[in-house]
Design a protein around this ligand. Structure first.
Ligand code: B1M
Length: 209
């Protein structure tokens, strides 16, 4: 589809201003927000990821693409959110210690908010003790942990262990996600759920309320 190819191309080139215009136009033309996200933005970011891996592009190109992604997401947010949903509760979300990737986390945040859950976003590179503190004080029933590196996915386990040590493991349902994470890894570290994408994360999160 030409519209998705255009959006994917603008993302790969990191054209933040142009992509905002293109995404808004697609929405105005009635293209579903979920399709713009999956077939345009996430698909474009996947292409950049492949080129990054092969050494065809470098960190600066990936950063401008990430910036374009964040700009485009802001335009999509109202369309992804279900109109007039009242918050039913809170969920904590963060990217784990050592990891700075925040695009997936931000998408999950947008989608859970769209499903009527208030997101307590701790940010990126969050140490286990910060998460423990948030579980203690926020009153959130769900905790979402994002990790994009094979090295930092191990920090998801550190968070679960820290919560056990603090006697708070049963206070929250723990959901894990991010590109290297799998169902079997989630089972191994004792998470309550693994979510491969933001849409399923929102569904699963909602099911805990
Ligand atoms: Co990085 N990076 N990066 N990077 N980067 C990857 C992850 C990599 C796979 C690229 C590659 O080599 N092909 C590779 C990891 C290799 C590995 O560990 N096996 C990698 C590397 C190596 C690195 C650095 C080490 C590079 C370096 O400096 N030499 C460095 C590490 C920095 C750090 O974190 N300490 C680094 C840096 C960066 C940038 C800063 C340049 C930038 C991040 C900018 C930002 O986030 N603000 C960046 C980017 C953009 C990527 C790629 C290209 C794209 C990631 C992304 O945003 N995808 C990525 C390659 C790739 O994934 N193909 C790559 C789009 C996003 C929507 O998908 O995050 O998977 P994703 O989220 C999905 C699902 O996973 C799920 O839902 C989302 C939407 O459907 N999900 C969850 C995510 N979190 C969830 C949490 C949940 C549930 C679902 O909770 C319940």
């Amino acid at each position: 589809d030409a519209v998705f190819e255009e959006i994917s191309g603008l993302l790969q080139k990191g054209k933040a201003k142009d992509i905002v215009v293109a995404v808004q136009k697609a929405l105005d033309d009635g293209v579903p927000a979920g399709d713009i996200l999956e077939k345009g933005l996430i698909s474009g970011m996947g292409i950049i990821g492949g080129k990054f891996k092969n050494g065809e592009v470098f960190v600066p190109e990936v950063l401008v693409a990430a910036r374009a992604m964040n700009h485009a997401s802001v335009v999509l947010k109202p369309a992804l959110a279900k109109a007039g949903v009242q918050p039913v509760g809170k969920a904590i979300i963060c990217t784990v210690k050592g990891d700075l990737h925040d695009i997936g986390k931000n998408l999950v945040k947008m989608m859970i908010e769209g499903n009527g859950i208030e997101a307590v976003d701790l940010g990126v590179d969050i140490a286990p003790d910060k998460v423990v503190e948030a579980v203690k004080t926020s009153g959130a029933k769900v905790l979402c942990l994002s990790a994009l590196l094979t090295t930092t996915m191990l920090a998801q386990k550190d968070v679960i262990d820290a919560l056990k040590t603090a006697g708070l493991r049963d206070k929250v349902k723990i959901m894990v996600g991010g590109a290297p994470v799998t169902q079997s890894y989630a089972d191994e570290i004792g998470a309550d759920a693994y979510c491969p994408d933001a849409a399923s994360a929102a569904e699963v999160c909602r099911s805990f309320y």
